[in-house]
Design a protein around this ligand. Structure first.
Ligand SMILES: *[C@@H]1O[C@H](CO)[C@@H](O)[C@H](O)[C@H]1NC(C)=O
Ligand SMILES: *[C@@H]1O[C@H](CO)[C@@H](O)[C@H](O)[C@H]1NC(C)=O
Ligand SMILES: *[C@@H]1O[C@H](CO)[C@@H](O)[C@H](O)[C@H]1NC(C)=O
Length: 444
């Protein structure tokens, strides 16, 4: 119902600032109140016990079976153990209210909560305290990365996931795969300091991801192919891998993606577009209002990404990309400068626009800009269109004006590591300096 008020009024007054790249309404069609009034399925009436030892899996599956054609499944406040996973298949006009905390105790892979082929769905906590504690450190401490993902929504339409806390996934935290008209907001995601523990991965059509904090050492909020009409805003990568697109493969199809108000602290990058060979396209994308502090890379287009093996194809064609209003600094600008554009020689990038980017190194007194086979405007990009060219590097030895940018006062100072329990955080009040969340945080 996110845009119901606007849609009931004049379409002409849709605020473009909010609408961004979305193609229409996102979120559930029916309110939780209506669903709850129709039917409520409290897991405590289906055998669940808030004793942190009885398996929540079977009671949750039974509660869903009773409410899946219209109603609200409720997991009340309290601590629950989950030993077996649940696939919520084919629901319609239902909600999952998670006010308690679910602790993973089972060791299977797959997805702890897997919502599939659902329409008109909402998962949320009413108190802002609903959480899944994945206790991934128990597996990570033994070197294992093969455990469960916490929450996956697949092939679903008209839904939202909000006011939830996801902690220490054995593998990924939140995945939306092949979804339409979806929304995720007001979330804190906190994982181990390792690769492969992604925060938010999405692919689909007409998806709004906003007001989310991610702490981990891999994807913050990442768009994968195929995707179009995606708006990602007010994202706080509070010590993470950073946001990305990719990795992009064969027949990539990504268009109309807008990243806006992205604050990145102590991450691998502020934004990375990563591929190695492959084919297809990424076009009509905007990366606007980015603040970075203490990161390794900042703007990083890498079509020779060494962490993936080279795929068949001339390279994914990147075109019409705008980067504007980037501020702040980076860890070491002489080693890894604010701009690294490495486009595929056999598919040079076109129409890449970098404007109003003012960043300065946090150590030393120089920084580099590097471009290869990239066309467009700004910094080391060549104008017009043309053939491949070797990497050109320019060095800046004085701080540009206007590079300083606000910091979030609570930037994480020390990583959580991978061998000890990670505490469940509370939902932050803000996800980008000076910007209030679009919706009130539940319980605040
Ligand atoms: C999702 O909602 C839209 C209206 O916003 C509706 O047109 C569409 O049919 C819904 N999807 C499904 C699968 O019912
Ligand atoms: C480039 O992409 C922007 C959205 O980021 C879009 O508004 C614009 O129309 C596109 N330009 C062209 C020439 O397609
Ligand atoms: C950033 O993360 C750290 C650790 O989770 C937390 O203490 C801090 O409050 C977070 N910052 C904000 C603004 O929430």
């Amino acid at each position: 119902m996110r845009f119901a008020n606007f849609l009931l009024g004049a379409i002409a007054v849709l605020p473009t600032a909010v609408f961004g790249q979305l193609s229409g309404k996102v979120g559930p069609s029916t309110s939780v109140a209506t669903k709850t009034a129709k039917k409520t399925c409290n897991v405590l009436n289906y055998g669940a016990k808030a004793d942190k030892s009885t398996d929540l899996g079977p009671p949750l599956a039974s509660a869903f079976a009773a409410c899946k054609t219209g109603g609200t499944v409720v997991v009340p406040s309290g601590n629950y153990a989950m030993k077996t996973w649940v696939t919520f298949e084919g629901g319609k006009a239902w909600a999952l209210q998670l006010d308690g905390v679910i602790y993973r105790t089972g060791t299977a892979g797959g997805n702890m909560l897997f919502i599939r082929n659902t329409n008109d769905f909402e998962m949320f906590s009413s108190n802002g305290k609903g959480a899944i504690q994945g206790n991934g450190y128990e597996l990570h401490a033994q070197g294992s990365r093969s455990g469960a993902r916490l929450l996956r929504v697949e092939k679903s339409q008209n839904f939202s996931v909000h006011d939830l806390i996801l902690v220490d996934a054995p593998a990924f935290h939140l995945v939306f795969s092949t979804c339409t008209n979806g929304e995720a907001y007001n979330m804190a995601i906190r994982g181990g300091d390792w690769g492969g523990l992604d925060g938010v991965d999405i692919w689909g059509d007409n998806i709004w991801i906003h007001d989310i904090m991610v702490t981990n050492k891999d994807e913050c909020v990442t768009v994968k192919s195929p995707s179009k009409n995606i708006l990602i805003e007010n994202i706080y990568c509070n010590w993470s891998g950073g946001c990305a697109m990719g990795s992009l493969g064969v027949d990539t199809a990504i268009s109309k993606v807008h990243y806006k108000n992205i604050y990145t602290w102590k991450s691998n990058q502020m934004m990375m577009i990563k591929s190695n060979g492959g084919s297809g396209y990424v076009e009509d994308v905007t990366f606007e209002n980015f603040i970075g502090h203490g990161n390794a890379y900042s703007l990083d287009i890498d079509q020779y990404w060494s962490s993936m093996s080279k795929l068949e194809g001339n390279g994914v064609q990147l075109s019409n990309m705008t980067f504007k209003n980037w501020k702040g600094g980076m860890a070491n600008g002489a080693q890894r400068g604010p701009i690294k554009v490495a486009c595929a020689d056999s598919a040079p990038c076109t129409d890449i626009k970098i404007t109003d980017l003012s960043m300065w190194t946090e150590t030393g007194s120089k920084q580099i800009y590097s471009c290869r086979s990239g066309y467009g405007s700004g910094f080391c990009l060549k104008s017009g269109t043309g053939k491949s060219y070797a990497a050109t590097t320019s060095t800046q030895t004085a701080a540009p004006t206007g590079h300083s940018a606000a910091s979030m006062k609570d930037d994480l100072k020390t990583a959580f590591g991978t061998t000890v329990s990670i505490p469940i955080p509370t939902l932050p009040a803000s996800y980008y300096p000076g910007v209030a969340p679009h919706s009130k945080i539940a319980g605040s």
